[in-house]
Structures are given as structure tokens and as C-alpha cells.
Design a protein around this ligand. Structure first.
Ligand code: AMP
Length: 460
């Protein structure tokens, strides 16, 4: 089946041809005709399925059908995404798909000067991709208005809830018109997400693409039983003895990810880490180095890795086993993309045996056990004697700049955004060891945004 059958306009078909997309992915086939009719959609799909094009392509056509003169701060379509990386990626995709259309695309997220975000929306935008905290900051500053919104997209809703964006989402939905089209995507559909979806959607069509079993089948999976303290030694030995092209290593915590980088460095293995405590440029540098092959090991937390499209991952390492079994499927799905065979290895400490059982129950397959290498004890002893590189200083907050709202005052919205989007300055100051909690499991704090609705942002 080709894209021409889906009812998309010529400018979009030309852009797709230019991007060398020859045929739609399953979610695109299911979603595009429905979204074109204006109907709400509930999509169960993860990154890598082509879901961005599934909601962006038909929306571009709907927005192009009627083009009002944009007022300052007006937004016609809002795409909410949990992380900066995902927001930036969606905006880049929207620009690619809209190459031959005259629709504007803006993107705003925390961690960049406020003035830059304000400029993105100052003349009004057809499509705005945003993380929830920064969006609310701009609403509070009356820099943008959602009163004339036509299409609302919530992407990676499960991740947004995990990141504590529920209050922000509720506030945002109260600001948009009741008459709108809503597209709701989540990789998983637990009860809490279903309830959220029910609240925001009206008679939605449902589409679902679960990771194909065949994908998982194509991945060679093993698990090795090892003490937690010796996992990095095992990782180092594996990386040094196996033909690893590009390994994505999942760590439960941000602190753990940094520690792995330091220990690998001591063993002469270059690696990088991406997680919520890294600044945006640091994360971008690490991902770029991994993509170019400058480093062959990237340590990531689930949240940081989410939404980033990294081609050519030969190995996925579950350094820590995830608490949520579906996450294991998502992680290993990072390898074996585009028809390639992948290798997934997992390290299971005695404490994680329960997690392993849950994973095997979910995937309905027993993961083969790979024994520790014969010379592991000696290697682990030698590894212990290596002196890890000193702790890097945490990313310094840059001094406030003129025109930067942070220099004036900080709102609850901004605090949440900074924590969730990765700067974590306030949190670090507050507890001194921000990195030990699994990323995304934040300490509950009362919602401290402005009470009530600021005037000028009334719900329609
Ligand atoms: P997504 O799941 O939206 O993050 O997309 C994953 C990757 O697939 C991105 O790099 C897209 O550019 C690519 N992609 C999306 N749809 C297609 C398609 N129909 N044909 C080829 N590549 C695609």
C-alpha cells in the first residue's frame, strides 16, 4: 500500500517522496484516514512505529484547509511531549513533512532562555510542540493563547504521567476549547492512562500497534546473574571481548549512569550518559558522539532514551532490570530495527530476580541464562583496583541573562519544568543527591503553580 491511498494532499506526498518514505507504517495506515475526518484518536504505540507522521501528516492537511490570519500568540495545533528531545524531534519531523506547505512550526521547552520561547510564538504559530511546564509559563506570561486551538495532541501520555505532569495537563486542557480534535498517544495503556484518555477524548477511534512479537523474536536475548557491585566489571569485560558496534546501556538511576561512565573510563572505554541531570547541550553532544561512532557506549535512563531515534544499535544492555516489564520490551526494541538482528543482554542481581520473572511472564518466553565468563573473578578483581575518574561537576546553571524570566522570578511551573526537563537545580539544592531515585519517580510535592486561572487565559 502506498501513501497515495490514504487521502493526503500532493504537497505532503511530495514531502514524503523527498524523505524517501515508500509506504506507510501500520499506525500510519490506521490513523491517517481517521484523523483526516476530524475524529478523535486514541493510539497505543511507541516511538519507532512512525506515530509522529501518523498524527502530523493528516493534521497538516486539516490545518492547511482553512488558514486564518494568525494573531500574536495564537496556536492552532498543540503537541505536548514529555521531554525536550522528543519535542525537538517532533518539531523537526513536522517541518520535514510540511516542507511544501506554508504552515509555521514552533517548539518550546525548558532549559532555554525564556525570551527564545516567547519569540517562537510571538507572531502566532500553526503548530506548536511544547513540554507542559514551559507552555504554562508562557500562558502565565500571556505570551500565548490556546483559546483558538483546533487540534490537541498528547504524545507519550504514560511518560508525562510518570514525570508528574498530571497537574500541568489538567490545567492545559482547561485552557483549550471544548470543540477541538484530540489525539492521544501512549506506549502503554494502564488504568490511569485510560481514565485520562476518557476524560479528554470524545468518541475516539482506537488504533494500536504493539511491538511485533517477531521483532522481539529476532533479538538474541540472554541474562547473566551477577552481583550488583560487579555489574560494571562484567559490562567492561563484555565490551572488550565482544564485537560491539554500538551499545545502548540502560541504568535505573541518573547517579548510576554517571558512575558507569566513570568506571568504564577507568578501564579505557569511552562512553557517554544521557539523563535528566545533564544539560541539554551535554545530552545532545553525547547522542551525537554515539551516532557518529565517536563513542560506542551510551548509558541512558529510560526517560532520557525515550523518543530518541538512534539507528544502528547493535546491543541493548539491561544493566539494571526495569521495574515495569513492558519497559524491557521497549528497551530491547531499540536494537533489531529496520530488519536487523539485535542482541540484548541483561544483568540480574539477586534483588532483581522478581523483575526477571515478571519480564518472562510478560514476554511469555524464558530468557536464556549466560554464565559469567570463566575468568570473570580475576577480571572483576582487577577492575576493582582501577581508579575511577573523579566525579564530574554537575552541570552549572548559567547565570541569569537579561530578559530571562528566571532572573526575575521563578514559578512553580518553571520549577517543575526544570526538574522534569533535566536541569534539576532546585531539586539538587533541596536534597543534595538528586540522582539516586529512579528517574521519573519524583518525590511528591504539592502543586505550587499559581492558584486559579490568570485573567486572559480563561477556558473557552
Ligand atoms: P516515530 O515513531 O514517529 O518516532 O518514527 C520513527 C522513525 O521512522 C523516524 O526516524 C521517522 O523518520 C521514520 N519513519 C516514519 N514513518 C516512516 C515511513 N512510512 N517510512 C520510512 N520511515 C518512516
Amino acid at each position: 500500500m502506498s501513501f497515495t491511498k490514504l487521502g493526503l494532499s500532493k504537497p505532503l506526498l511530495d514531502a514524503l517522496a523527498q524523505a524517501k518514505y515508500s509506504e506507510p507504517t501500520p499506525i500510519q495506515r490506521q490513523a491517517i484516514p481517521t484523523v483526516l475526518t476530524g475524529r478523535d484518536l486514541l493510539g497505543i504505540a511507541q516511538t519507532g512505529t512512525g506515530k509522529t507522521a501518523a498524527f502530523v501528516l493528516p493534521s497538516l492537511d486539516r490545518l492547511a484547509a482553512d488558514r486564518p490570519n494568525l494573531k500574536p500568540g495564537q496556536v492552532r495545533m498543540l503537541v505536548l511531549a514529555p521531554t525536550r528531545e522528543l519535542a525537538a524531534q517532533i518539531a523537526a519531523s513536522a517541518r520535514t513533512y510540511g516542507t511544501f506547505m506554508k504552515l509555521s512550526v514552533g517548539v518550546i521547552f525548558g532549559g532555554v532562555p525564556n525570551g527564545k520561547s516567547v519569540r517562537e510564538v510571538s507572531r502566532g504559530v500553526d503548530i506548536l510542540v511544547a513540554t507542559p511546564g514551559r507552555l504554562l509559563d508562557l500562558v502565565d506570561q500571556r505570551a500565548l493563547s490556546l483559546r483558538e486551538l483546533e487540534i490537541l495532541v498528547l504524545d507519550e501520555a504514560d511518560q508525562m504521567l510518570d514525570l508528574g505532569f498530571i497537574h500541568a495537563l489538567k490545567r492545559i486542557v482547561a485552557l483549550v476549547p471544548a470543540k477541538r480534535q484530540t489525539l492521544f498517544f501512549s506506549a502503554t495503556m494502564p488504568k490511569s492512562i485510560k481514565e485520562l484518555a476518557d476524560r479528554y477524548l470524545t468518541n475516539p477511534a482506537e488504533v494500536s500497534v504493539t511491538p511485533a512479537a517477531t521483532t522481539v523474536d529476532r533479538i538474541s536475548q540472554t541474562v547473566t546473574m551477577v552481583n550488583q557491585a560487579e555489574k560494571t566489571a562484567l559490562l567492561a569485560q563484555y565490551l572488550q571481548s565482544q564485537p560491539v558496534e554500538r551499545a545502548l546501556v540502560f541504568s535505573r538511576t541518573k547517579h548510576g549512569a554517571d558512575k558507569i561512565v566513570r568506571q568504564l573510563e577507568a578501564a579505557g572505554i569511552g562512553s557517554g550518559a544521557i539523563h535528566g541531570n545533564k544539560s541539554q547541550p551535554q545530552r545532545e553532544r553525547a547522542i551525537a558522539a554515539f551516532k557518529t561512532g565517536e563513542i560506542k557506549v551510551l548509558i541512558a535512563t529510560d526517560i532520557a532514551a525515550r523518543g530518541i531515534d538512534i539507528p544502528g544499535v547493535s546491543h541493548v544492555v539491561n544493566f539494571d532490570l526495569p521495574d515495569v516489564p513492558e519497559q524491557y520490551v521497549h528497551r530491547i526494541g531499540r536494537t533489531a530495527r529496520a530488519g536487523a538482528d539485535g542482541i540484548a543482554i541483561a544483568f540480574c542481581s539477586p534483588d532483581e530476580r522478581g523483575n526477571l520473572k515478571d519480564i518472562e511472564r510478560t514476554t511469555r518466553q524464558k530468557i536464556a541464562t549466560a554464565p559469567l565468563p570463566a575468568d570473570f573473578n580475576a577480571a572483576a578483581e582487577a577492575f576493582k583496583r582501577l581508579k575511577p575518574a573523579p566525579k564530574a561537576q554537575p552541570a552549572q546553571a548559567r547565570p541569569p541573562m537579561k530578559g530571562d524570566r528566571r532572573a526575575v522570578k521563578s514559578t512553580g511551573g518553571e520549577r517543575r519544568q526544570n526538574r522534569n526537563d533535566g536541569q534539576q537545580r532546585h531539586q539538587q539544592r533541596a536534597d543534595g543527591h538528586a540522582g539516586h531515585r529512579p528517574e521519573g519517580t519524583q518525590r511528591k510535592r504539592p502543586f505550587r503553580g499559581r492558584r486559579g486561572r490568570p485573567s486572559g487565559t480563561r477556558a473557552a
